[in-house]
Design a protein around this ligand. Structure first.
Ligand SMILES: Cc1ncc(COP(=O)(O)O)c(C=O)c1O
Length: 379
């Protein structure tokens, strides 16, 4: 059987990885500044993470959610404490799309409404409600087109005032838009969304799938604004490569049995991985490291020739060039052995390294980037 052709593939076959580095079949070492779409938070194969997962697998790997799994409570307690949301409840699932799917569904169960307001440039995943809230027609199949999903211009306060009404079920926004090219919502915009949701009874959902778990230099990116959402969705960095996702739910939204459900969500291995990630983030002070290293990177990149704008918070950095970045990314990958990410804005590179990256690695990138910018012809 052949594989379904989903992604254009680089001719690179990783066989091992450690920290911020990946080693391929040929023995070449790559610096990983992308973490496979912002997934690697505490570094590849962190020894504590490997030990926690191995130990758990040797005990029990899986049983369904019909039995007590105390690891889920341990994870929820740690997540609540470290994120600053100790009073929220946690629904566990397996991916970012699934987290958003469940958040949208729960909002609709809660207020009985069906209109979802999302924003231009958004990306919320590829399952039916998540993709319908994603501003990319090319990945929405005809079955996903629904008049229930409307798009307001990002950061446009007047449009938000017009579009969020008593009919609105939920407003969904990323803590920082990732796929959209690292676009940060204004503090005043997030505050206005909170105000409008309070006024109309709509639910405010913050998608922190990419920007959460310390990446922004705060536990959640939206926390720089002081706004508290009704639900927060998480995945990616939560498991450092183990598939796990979740929805943090404010206590006023009540669960009833069978409203939400999952077979794999919250399994023993997913919990062990997520607890290991939270322990490492806390012990190694990675939220602060993300803030410090992100600042260092932005300061060193911003003065380079050919750069239009550097955006970001912490280690979620978008570098917008004056020209398309595809050749720059290829040059960085094949000649300098550095992984970077693209975005839906063809001029913007995304830098999403592990949160424990150091100055040595960032200096390697800045030097390679400098040489690449000098060499690559504008296309
Ligand atoms: C902000 C955001 N939300 C949701 C998703 C979907 O996550 P997943 O691929 O785990 O379903 C992504 C993936 O890139 C994302 O960036």
């Amino acid at each position: 059987m052949k594989l379904f052709d989903v992604y254009p593939l680089f001719d690179i076959e990783p066989v091992s990885a450690t920290g911020s580095y990946i080693i391929d079949k040929k023995g070449d070492t790559y610096l990983d500044l992308y973490g496979g779409h912002a997934v690697i938070s505490v570094g590849h194969s962190h020894p504590y993470y490997v030990e926690m997962l191995t130990r758990q697998l040797n005990r029990i790997g899986f049983y369904s959610n019909s039995v007590k799994i105390p690891l889920q409570e341990e994870m929820a307690e740690k997540l609540g404490r470290q994120s600053g949301y100790p009073d929220y409840e946690l629904f566990l699932c397996n991916s970012g799309a699934e987290a958003n799917e469940n958040a949208i569904k729960l909002a609709s169960f809660h207020n009985g409404r069906k209109q979802i307001v999302a924003f231009s440039g958004s990306f919320h995943g590829r399952t039916s409600a998540a993709v319908a809230a994603t501003d990319d027609k090319s990945i929405n199949a005809p079955v996903n087109h629904s008049p229930n999903f409307v798009f307001a211009p990002f950061n446009d306060e007047n449009a938000a005032r017009e579009m969020i009404t008593d009919n609105t079920c939920a407003v969904i926004i990323e803590g920082i838009q990732g796929v959209g090219g690292v676009q940060i919502p204004d503090v005043s915009f997030l505050k206005l969304l909170r105000e409008l949701c309070d006024k109309t009874g709509a639910i405010l959902i913050l998608d922190e799938v990419q920007s959460g778990y310390g990446r922004s230099g705060h536990f959640f990116a939206h926390q720089y604004s002081g706004v508290k959402p009704d639900m927060i969705t998480v995945a990616k960095g939560m498991g450092n490569g183990f598939p796990v996702g979740g929805v943090l739910i404010q206590p006023g939204i009540k669960a009833r049995h069978s409203m939400l459900g999952t077979t794999f969500g919250g399994n023993y291995l997913a919990c062990a991985a997520s607890i290991a990630v939270l322990d490492i983030i806390e012990k190694e002070n990675l939220v602060a490291n993300a803030a410090e290293m992100g600042k260092y990177l932005v300061e060193n990149i911003s003065p380079l020739e050919g750069i239009k704008e550097v955006r970001g918070l912490g280690l979620m950095v978008g570098i917008e060039l004056e020209f398309p970045c595809a050749d720059i990314r290829k040059e960085l990958l094949f000649n300098h052995k550095i992984f970077t990410g693209s975005s839906s804005n063809k001029n913007t590179l995304r830098i999403l390294p592990p949160l424990n990256i150091g100055k040595t690695e960032l200096d390697m990138f800045v030097s390679a980037f400098c040489k690449t910018l000098e060499k690559t012809p504008v296309s």
